[in-house]
Design a protein around this ligand. Structure first.
Ligand code: PHE
Length: 510
């Protein structure tokens, strides 16, 4: 590289201009490869040391067969040469045996040129000497890279003996910074250059804005997290605050007891719940709240309820588990809200949401995993009614393009009334379940210590199914777990929950 650049500069210094680099030989008299030269010229031009323009030309060259003809003669000439003069001639079989596959074409052409003819089954000469024009034409092309007879060239091309090629060479002149010595250019300004003042005299390499950039490295959000971000935006847009759901391990107390879920409830069963072995239990929950919850479970306390009429056990509430729903965090947050209300002497409405992981010991199949993500929303305000819940659901789901929403009564231990949320699926032409909701019961709210006129509405839905629809994944194991293809996380595009998508999302329950 460097040696060639210097050679170009020295030649320019001597001759002032290089008219055509195709005629430029290197110091050893060898022709210079034009592509290698282009590298050197570009490098010199970037420093304004030279300038150059392109010279395009057409060069004819011989094909492999053409080279052979140029060296050994045309097929017809070789047939002629082979046949001895005289009436005897040579048998066709002999010509064939000596010349192989070129014999047939050669014979045909030699007949046409009236060089040979057939006599008594043998091939004999008709003339004493011939001129092999094709061979001398090809030899000339080989030497000069072309021929003055254009028709001849097209003819030889048709016969696949010659072809043309475009070659580029250059006309080189001195540039504004022409010099014999190539100065090293700095690519970056460094700390040392600043300190020594060297930067003032340094010459800097020009930026190449056409260079292919280095793809930025960095993290990639998992598709579930991309969809989560979209839901998050909806909540933030509606004035919600995100709940701290970063702790997967929870006590039965917050997951069940605080939600007025009786201790013999089947959902607590080891069939559904992953209980922890270490630590297996905790007593780290508020004692005064625990006493109120005990009374409410046993007799209803002063909530107006008769309770469940069983003996509540602290040891059951202390069992550690992997939370089965994010409502465990909602109950804790409402307790905190009650504490804040007491401390400030006034109640302020609250809107909370969370989107995070929950765990259930269910049989795993193409659409179910033992862990999944719940989207949960909670609103606490004075005198909220079921109408507020229904109205709010309408707004929330409309933001995802689901505009036909219906409700069906259901049962949750902690909400009354409770409603399953259905949306109309245009494709399936039927109503499908998309979530669960309700108004938290007084048996849940009153022990937490919220003012008695505060009502709390809440709802939940799953994150996996919207994600699977959005990214066209049919098996949940391709989305989560040890079989996931890591590359897909990099490659999947950003997520937009547009209105059209909402239509597809209908039918996505937890
Ligand atoms: N926790 C419920 C579930 O896991 C969802 C729900 C949340 C229902 C809030 C009512 C109110 O299915």
């Amino acid at each position: 590289g460097e040696a060639l650049q210097t050679y170009v500069l020295e030649t320019l210094n001597k001759d002032n201009v290089i008219e055509n680099t195709k005629d430029l030989n290197n110091a050893d008299g060898q022709p210079i490869e034009q592509l290698t030269l282009l590298g050197a010229l570009n490098s010199l031009k970037s420093k304004d040391m030279v300038d150059f323009t392109f010279i395009d030309r057409e060069v004819w060259f011989l094909t492999e067969e053409g080279e052979q003809v140029a060296a050994q003669g045309s097929h017809e000439a070789r047939v002629f040469d082979l046949i001895p003069s005289g009436d005897e001639g040579m048998t066709i079989a002999d010509v064939q045996a000596k010349l192989g596959e070129i014999a047939k074409v050669g014979q045909g052409k030699a007949f046409k040129n009236k060089w040979i003819s057939k006599k008594g089954g043998n091939l004999v000469r008709l003339v004493d000497t011939i001129v092999d024009q094709t061979q001398s034409d090809l030899q000339q092309i080989q030497k000069q890279g072309g021929h003055s007879d254009a028709k001849l060239l097209t003819d030889l091309k048709k016969r696949k003996l010659a072809d043309k090629q475009k070659l580029t060479s250059y006309r080189v002149t001195k540039g504004s910074e022409f010099a014999l010595e190539i100065k090293k250019e700095a690519t970056d300004i460094t700390y040392e250059m600043l300190q020594t003042g060297e930067w003032k005299n340094a010459s800097f390499k020009k930026y190449n804005f056409d260079a292919v950039g280095v793809p930025p490295t960095g993290g990639h959000l998992h598709p579930l997290m991309k969809v989560r971000q979209e839901f998050r935006e909806i909540f933030f847009e509606m004035g919600f605050e995100e709940m701290p759901t970063n702790c997967f391990a929870e006590s039965s107390f917050w997951n069940f007891d605080a939600l007025f879920q009786p201790q013999q409830h089947p959902a607590r069963d080891a069939h559904d719940t992953f209980f922890l072995k270490d630590p297996a239990t905790t007593d780290r929950f508020p004692r005064d709240l625990m006493e109120k919850i005990r009374v409410t479970h046993e007799t209803g306390g002063d909530t107006g309820s008769i309770g469940y009429n069983y003996t509540w056990k602290e040891e059951d509430a202390g069992k550690m588990l992997l939370r089965t729903h994010t409502t465990a965090v909602s109950s804790y947050m409402l307790y905190k809200l009650a504490e804040k209300t007491k401390a400030q002497g006034a109640f302020k409405p609250a809107k909370y949401f969370s989107i995070d992981r929950v765990f259930r010991n269910e049989s795993v199949d193409a659409t179910h995993l033992a862990e999944f993500h719940q989207i949960e929303g909670v609103i606490a305000d004075k005198n909220l009614t079921l109408g507020d819940l229904i109205g709010f659901m309408d707004v929330f789901f409309k933001k995802m393009g689901m505009d036909k929403i219906r409700f069906k009564p259901t049962y949750n231990p902690y909400t009354e009334p409770s409603m399953e949320i259905f949306s109309y699926h245009e494709g399936l032409k039927k109503w499908v379940e998309i979530g669960n909701s309700g108004m938290f019961r007084p048996e849940m709210l009153q022990p937490l210590g919220l003012p008695s006129d505060v009502r709390v509405i809440a709802w939940g839905l799953g994150l996996e199914r919207p994600t699977m629809v959005k990214y066209d994944i049919s098996n949940i194991r391709d989305l989560l777990g040890h079989k996931v293809n890591i590359a897909m996380i990099k490659e999947y595009p950003v997520c937009r929950l547009d209105k059209k998508m909402g239509k597809e999302l209908v039918g996505l329950s937890k």
